[in-house]
Design a protein around this ligand. Structure first.
Ligand code: UTP
Length: 467
């Protein structure tokens, strides 16, 4: 084993050969523990790959997506009898998979939730309209209800990152996994990625630490393989994974209709989409890029294409991605095994740094570049995919911002409004107003049909209603 001194000399040499020697400028002031932690962090940095990323994405000025863009036509929402019959068939196939215990749930919860500005993992954010259950609890209760409904055990794989892993695990432990079997909840950590400043330099956020950020939800494939999660899935005989994000309060977890379509199309990875609110809604759309399936980012679609219309008058690029997927376990395993690399995406962001005196500065304007991978880029590797259109008001309301659109307020409103529709469908007169407070626990009903089969009694909707 080499000594700290030798390691330091070797890493200093490597860093210098990539123009990164500045990272050692506070070396003399570090304690021996800080030195060894710092060297460990530096050892894991791939200087050459970072140099390549800088040249490709920042130094040379990355071109917008070049190539041919084409829209895709999703499987439409069933509005007629034939469509409903087909859905019922898909549902039966999906339900069969669930009953046989071949479906796992895959949650990404490693993000930093910077827009929401909540101190702690986003999953701990209290969100339900009456009981204020947290996002994690809400998802856990849906899984519990599914386990009961299908007399099965759905293992839950939860991706965390360095900054929220311990707190997330502790939270589940404190709450006894919300009633789920502890051995069915599998936490795994994603990788971290160093950011660069405008001249390609690594950024120190402490005298003995380089700023890194979680490597994006696309970091999931490498993380699943590295942490043994894929092995665990295979040992349990899982075949399909239902992927979702922590901040969508309306997610229809393990939706059997979606799983059914995915199976029917012999898909490796499928995606749910919603029509865009308008041409300029800032959302990526599922489409083809040079013939390959993927998500065309908002910034990569010209204003002309954003507004282009199909023959029926709808927007041509209308398949808004809502970050819900079904993934074939064999596909996930093959990606991990083949070491296929998803592309990086770069974002100009505010990154804390330390100045010449070692003082930490929180900048007011973007000062560096973060690199992230996106899960939807794996669509390019599929041979088949089911792209399923769904109702936004039933399935998608994410908590992204502290206020305004896609915030806790809109998520609570959208939940209450959905439950109000469930009541109305059963003949209840629920006032048409924005500030209803209605909550239906997943333990009572997971969907409108289950609700209709159980609901009875009278309710006063001028007060909060909880079932
Ligand atoms: P977002 O891209 O919306 O990011 O993540 P975020 O972390 O929630 O919020 P901002 O952008 O910092 O404000 C969508 C989903 O992907 C997960 C998030 O936890 C969320 O469930 N995610 C994102 C990861 O698991 N890892 C990442 O590196 C990024």
């Amino acid at each position: 084993m080499s000594t700290v001194k030798e390691q330091y000399a070797a890493l200093q040499h490597t860093a210098a050969s990539f123009g990164q020697e500045h990272i050692f400028r506070f070396w003399d002031s570090l304690s021996s523990q800080q030195r060894s932690n710092f060297l460990q962090q530096i050892q894991n940095i791939d200087f050459s790959a970072l140099q390549g990323l800088f040249d490709q994405y920042i130094g040379g000025g990355r071109a917008a997506v070049d190539g041919k863009l084409e829209p895709v036509k999703p499987i439409p929402i069933a509005r007629d009898a034939a469509g409903r019959k087909e859905r019922a068939r898909m549902r039966r196939a999906g339900e069969e998979m669930l009953r046989q215990g071949k479906v796992g749930a895959l949650l990404v919860a490693g993000g930093q939730g910077s827009r929401l500005g909540f101190d702690g993992p986003k999953g701990k954010f209290p969100i339900t309209p009456v009981k204020n259950k947290t996002l994690f609890q809400l998802h856990a209760e849906k899984l519990l209800a599914l386990n009961t409904r299908y007399d099965t055990r759905i293992p839950w794989y939860i991706m965390t990152s360095q900054s929220n892993d311990a707190e997330t695990r502790a939270y589940f432990e404190q709450h006894a996994y919300f009633g789920l079997p502890a051995e069915d909840v599998f936490f795994f950590q994603q990788g971290m990625m160093p950011a660069l400043d405008a001249s390609g330099k690594l950024i120190l956020d402490e005298p003995g630490h380089i700023f890194t950020n979680p490597d994006g939800h696309g970091g999931i494939f490498a993380a699943l393989a590295r942490t043994g999660a894929v092995d665990d899935m295979q040992q349990r005989g899982l075949e399909q994974l239902f992927y979702f994000q922590v901040d969508n309060v309306l997610v229809s977890l393990c939706d059997p209709v979606f799983i059914g379509y995915h199976l029917d199309r012999k898909a490796q990875m499928s995606a749910k989409v919603c029509p865009k609110r308008d041409a300029f809604e800032k959302v990526g759309v599922v489409g083809r890029i040079n013939g390959k399936l993927g998500v065309i980012e908002y910034s990569d679609l010209s204003d002309e294409l954003k507004q282009a219309r199909a023959e029926d008058g709808s927007l041509l690029y209308n398949a808004g991605s809502i970050a819900i997927h079904v993934l074939d376990v064999a596909f996930v395993a093959s990606l991990a095994g083949r070491k296929l690399e998803l592309p990086w995406h770069v974002a100009h962001k505010k990154i804390p740094y330390i100045d010449a005196e070692g003082k930490r500065i929180e900048p007011d304007a973007p000062n560096g570049y973060k690199f992230e991978k996106f899960i939807f880029d794996a669509l390019a590797w599929t041979e088949n995919s089911a792209i399923l259109e769904v109702e936004r008001s039933e399935e998608f309301s994410p908590v992204k911002n502290a206020d305004g659109e896609d915030s806790p307020a809109t998520a609570r409103r959208d939940m209450s409004q959905m439950y109000a529709r469930w009541f109305r469908a059963c003949g209840y007169e629920v006032p048409e107003r924005e500030n209803l407070q209605i909550e239906v626990s997943p333990a009572f009903a997971l969907d409108a049909d289950e609700f209709a089969a159980k609901i009875s009694g009278e309710f006063d909707f001028s007060r909060p209603v909880y079932l």
